[in-house]
Design a protein around this ligand. Structure first.
Ligand code: C2E
Ligand code: CA
Ligand code: CA
Ligand code: CA
Length: 260
């Protein structure tokens, strides 16, 4: 039964990928010091006639298991970079964040491919940030060579969901990251739990000590925002600021931000 469902989902996903029926939405991230839009994170969406809205937490691992992660990554990057180019033309001035599966980093020539895609579209590679989550099977340290190649090209690297899974302090020191994203679990807990606040503060101070930018994800309440500001967090992202938006809604949204 499970196998049958996985097969059906997989076929549906492959068709959606081939027929260009996936889409990307974009979530703003704003700097706490001045409320400016500084980054936009691209997130993939799949709306299926049979399965309805399937979350990426469901189909990204499926794509990883069945050899479809590279085509998904390339489709997503192409779509996102084109959208970014259009925004640059409209005067929207922002860095772009894109989620990469650790599996795609196993190819040593992947950084060259990304650089070529940026060059072809004339979008600034040094304003691209790749967000990585450590998979259960592949410690990021094994991907050091690929990560270093990205950094040489000026492409930023963020460690996503920091504080969960296998991400560790050692990795932060050894790997060439430029940004840390504090997992929303800690953000959600911070107002009620003194322990969570202590951990968030320690993560922020540690990241700053290493010269990294700190983004907090999943910010949903004004109280969380206040706390994060008091603790010295740089950038926030979450429903309180904005949900992931369809591309045509981002520019009007950003135009409505208070001038400071
Ligand atoms: P992530 O990179 O940690 O992305 C953040 C997730 O939190 C997104 O879920 C986003 O919609 C959601 N979110 C944003 N603000 C809030 C908030 O205030 N509260 C709560 N509760 N949630 C919030 P989404 O889009 O379902 O993505 C889930 C995960 O799937 C992502 O986690 C990322 O790991 C992966 N993913 C998404 N798009 C891509 C992609 O294009 N490629 C790859 N490889 N992975 C992707
Ligand atoms: Ca992310
Ligand atoms: Ca995350
Ligand atoms: Ca996540």
């Amino acid at each position: 039964m499970r196998v049958g469902l996985e097969r059906g989902l997989l076929d549906g996903f492959e068709r959606a990928l081939i027929n260009n029926r996936l889409s990307m939405v974009y979530q703003p991230k704003v700097r706490l010091s001045d409320g400016k839009l500084v980054r936009v994170e691209a997130l993939v969406r799949w709306e299926d006639s049979r399965y309805g809205s399937v979350p990426p937490s469901r189909f990204v691992p499926l794509a990883e298991r069945h050899g479809l992660i590279d085509p998904l990554t390339q489709w997503g990057l192409r779509t996102t970079l084109r959208q970014w180019l259009a925004w640059c033309g409209e005067g929207l001035d922002t860095c772009l964040a894109f989620n990469i599966s650790a599996l795609s980093l196993q190819h040593l020539d992947f950084p060259d491919l990304v650089e070529r895609m940026c060059r072809a579209l004339e979008v600034p590679a040094d304003r691209l940030v790749l967000e990585l989550t450590e998979g259960a099977t592949q410690p990021l340290i094994k991907l050091m060579d690929t990560l270093t190649r990205f950094r040489i090209k000026g492409i930023g690297l963020a460690i996503d969901d920091f504080g969960t899974g296998y991400s560790s302090l050692m990795q932060l020191r050894q790997l060439p990251f430029t940004e840390v994203k504090i997992d929303r679990f800690f953000v959600a807990d911070a107002p009620e739990s003194r322990d969570s606040r202590v951990i968030v503060k320690a993560m922020i101070d540690l990241a700053h000590g290493l010269g990294l930018t700190v983004t907090a994800e999943g910010v949903e309440t004004a109280e969380q925002l206040r706390l994060l500001r008091d603790l010295g967090c740089d950038v926030v992202q979450g429903y309180l600021v904005a949900a992931p938006l369809e591309p045509e809604r981002l520019a009007p949204w950003s135009a409505a931000l208070p001038e400071r």
